[in-house]
Ligand binder design. Structure first.
Ligand code: NZQ
Ligand code: ZN
Length: 388
């Protein structure tokens, strides 16, 4: 096992009705806060009013800032930084999924930085400070509620880039599974796919020192997420299914499964981020398309790992690793289809003729994430052709 430091400072408050504690846990961090949310779901469900009452009950003033869109934009973050400063705010309460939480993180870093917030995403500056962030999670998917990363799209350059840093861990995240009952089924399933791919990236790309504990964590999370997704499709208000999905998704990218794993990378995310930078597609839907294609492309290079995945997750056995590996990938793809998640570019109305343009975009991120030597445009095009 590799040496590691594991330090995840986010306090998680998990359970039915725990939303009402947001005022109390915010109180030590801010008297005037930005209440950040997405388009309309939080207002329509009454969650926003509930959070507002909890803040008011603790004497906390708040400025509502709604309108974060999925695949959140730099322009919105920049405007929010200005508002935060003009209103003399001191903390952010994010009510939403990954897009809202990621925007909160970018704003939190931006308000404590003299330059342009894009510098953090463009590798021109490191996040050294951020204002405190509290979260009420509404969608189980990204684990942004329990990690220190954020992903923002620069609409001018069509770059969807990430920034991270220790100050970006939320101080407190409230995970109240009932807040996810209203997530539309398509987004619920995209969340399941996202969480599964988060653990699969390191499982399939980490170098081959034995990491049996980390492998088994992954092999426990994936079936849990599968069972929960299947149950949610039958009953979106199944509390236990929503609760299992919520906690599993948080654990899938909070540093736990990768602690001790060597030299892993995120090639599926690298390619997907170009899909959601260039097209109006949800991150999890983009992963449904990219993941089986990347796995088919990669499995001939390391068939044992992929065969191990097929054996452990789908119980597929056989003498020939490549054969078993391909059967496992097909089983995963078929399950994505059952969830209603697209698995081909055309199913998301992305024309095959665009593949060179997508690959060109992805190369920028490949270089940034240290994969530039392996993933040139030709290699990425090859992956995407498998999804055509
Ligand atoms: O905006 P509203 O009206 O709230 O609607 C949202 C949005 O349309 C809706 N929704 C969320 N909670 C709901 C709900 N609708 C009804 N009831 C609720 N309780 O769901 C839609 C999608 O929301 P979004 O926040 O965009 O989804 P998700 O949580 O999947 O976040 C995706 C973003 O996170 C990034 C992705 O790239 C993408 O930009 N990621 C962030 C990561 C991180 N910070 O660690 C890692 C991931 O790999 C990912 O890249
Ligand atoms: Zn993801």
């Amino acid at each position: 096992m590799n040496d590691f430091v594991f330090h995840n400072p986010t306090m998680v408050i998990f359970g039915r009705g725990r939303t009402d504690e947001i005022g109390k846990v915010t109180q030590p961090y801010g008297k005037r806060v930005m209440l950040l949310y997405g388009q309309e779901s939080a207002r329509k469900s009454g969650l926003l009013a509930r959070v507002g009452s909890s803040l008011t009950a603790e004497g906390i003033e708040f400025i509502e800032r709604g309108g974060v869109q999925p695949n959140p934009l730099l322009s919105f973050v920049r405007e929010s930084v200005e508002i935060f400063r003009a209103e003399n705010l001191n903390a952010i309460v994010a009510v939403g999924g990954g897009s809202v939480i990621d925007s909160a993180k970018a704003i939190a870093a931006g308000v404590r930085y003299a330059g342009d917030v894009w510098d953090f995403f463009d590798a021109k500056a490191q996040v050294k400070e951020a204002c405190p962030i509290m979260v009420v999670l509404t969608l189980a998917a990204t684990a942004s509620e329990m990690n220190n990363g954020c992903v923002i799209t620069n609409g001018d350059t069509q770059q969807k880039f990430a920034a991270s840093g220790p100050p970006l861990f939320p101080r407190v995240s409230i995970l109240d599974p009932e807040n996810t009952f209203g997530v539309p089924l398509d987004h619920s399933m995209y969340g399941a796919v996202d969480a599964i791919i988060h653990v699969l990236e390191a499982y399939l790309t980490g170098v081959s020192e034995p990491t049996p504990l980390q492998d088994r964590l992954v092999e426990g999370l994936i079936p849990t997420i599968r069972e929960a997704a299947d149950a949610i499709l039958l009953d979106p208000c199944d509390y236990d299914a929503r609760a299992n999905m919520m906690w599993a998704a948080s654990l899938a990218l909070n540093g736990l499964t990768t602690a001790g794993v060597n030299d892993y990378n995120f090639p599926m995310h690298m390619i997907e981020h170009s899909l959601s930078a260039l097209y109006d597609i949800s991150h999890g839907a983009g992963l449904g398309i990219v993941a089986p294609a990347w796995m088919r492309d990669e499995c001939s290079r390391a068939p044992r790992k992929f065969a191990h995945f097929a054996e452990r997750i789908f119980g597929i056995t056989g003498k020939d690793d490549t054969h078993v590996a391909l059967a496992g990938i097909e089983a995963l793809e078929n399950w994505f289809r059952e969830l209603g998640v697209p698995v081909r570019l055309g199913e998301a109305d992305i024309p095959g003729a665009d593949i060179p343009r997508i690959a060109e975009n992805a190369v920028m991120l490949a270089k940034r994430w240290g994969m530039g030597k392996v993933y040139d445009a030709a290699r990425i095009e090859g992956v995407l052709r498998r999804a055509d």
